[in-house]
Write a protein that binds this ligand. Structure first.
Ligand code: F6R
Length: 248
């Protein structure tokens, strides 16, 4: 892994958005589709704001972009304000020119007995586009990427998982109580993420400092699934000074 540390997450977010925009334009020039893996949560919000600005001010077009989101709670209606569908529409998709049929987010309303085949199809769709050109990630305090909680295998693929207690606690405030946080989610696997040609993980604030130390300096272990990224050949961790504060 290669780390870059910024004093301000705003500057860092701008540079990440710029990298994504450059990739979209480069692919567009060649007449190619740009396949983006996207994350939700607080970490990428500013990156999406910058991309929306680039669309409005510089005419950055997303017509050649296909997106695959990492995860969605299960069960979860797309219309719920708690859904990752809602989050993505609010922060990005409603403000850019991406054709709706080029957006992919795991479906949190799929029948229990159809989850396995649904996940297999999600995985195959990514492969059909030639894999992810760029994957944006955040990191949870459990060391999860996507919702690959501790215990996730390095070659896991899109599947249904049970959320870790700590992850549910961290989500509790926005759900107005832990009892309202879903117990499950559908997530791309570690292997799905790992197959991306380029990975950028964002982490801001002191709350992420200890898990980042373990992720970057610790032994590779399923107990901290993000440690698997140590072996990816094109991953950058973009951190602010607080998140990087425990690194040696
Ligand atoms: C979200 C996701 C999660 C978050 C992580 C950090 O799609 O896959 O792994 O990236 O939980 O969340 P924030 O950014 O809210 O700290």
């Amino acid at each position: 892994i290669h780390n870059v540390v910024f004093e301000k997450s705003s500057k860092a977010s701008y540079l990440v958005a710029k990298e994504i925009a450059d990739l979209i334009r480069e692919k567009n020039k060649k007449g190619e589709t740009c396949v983006l893996g996207l994350a939700t949560g607080s970490s990428p919000i500013r990156v999406y704001d910058e991309l929306v600005k680039m669309h409005k001010n510089e005419g950055l077009s997303f017509k050649n972009v296909v997106t695959f989101n990492l995860d969605e709670y299960y069960p979860m209606n797309a219309e719920s304000i708690h859904s990752y569908h809602y989050f993505m529409n609010e922060h990005l998709f409603n403000h850019i020119d991406i054709p709706k049929d080029q957006i992919n987010i795991p479906n949190g309303t799929i029948d229990q007995d159809e989850i396995a085949s649904y996940c297999k199809a999600y995985e195959e769709k990514i492969a059909k586009y030639g894999g992810l050109d760029f994957q944006l990630l955040g990191i949870g305090r459990t060391g999860h990427i996507g919702f690959n909680e501790p215990g996730s295998h390095y070659n896991s693929i899109t599947r249904s998982i049970t959320l870790d207690q700590l992850t549910r606690e961290d989500a509790a405030p926005s759900f107005l109580g832990i009892e309202n946080v879903p117990k499950k989610a559908i997530t791309m696997g570690v292997g799905t993420v790992f197959s991306a040609k380029r990975i950028v993980l964002l982490a801001w604030g002191h709350k992420k400092a200890s898990v980042l130390k373990e992720t970057i300096e610790g032994e590779i272990s399923p107990q901290i699934p993000a440690t698997y990224l140590q072996e990816h050949n094109n991953t950058t961790f973009v951190l602010d000074t607080e998140a990087a504060s425990l690194l040696t």
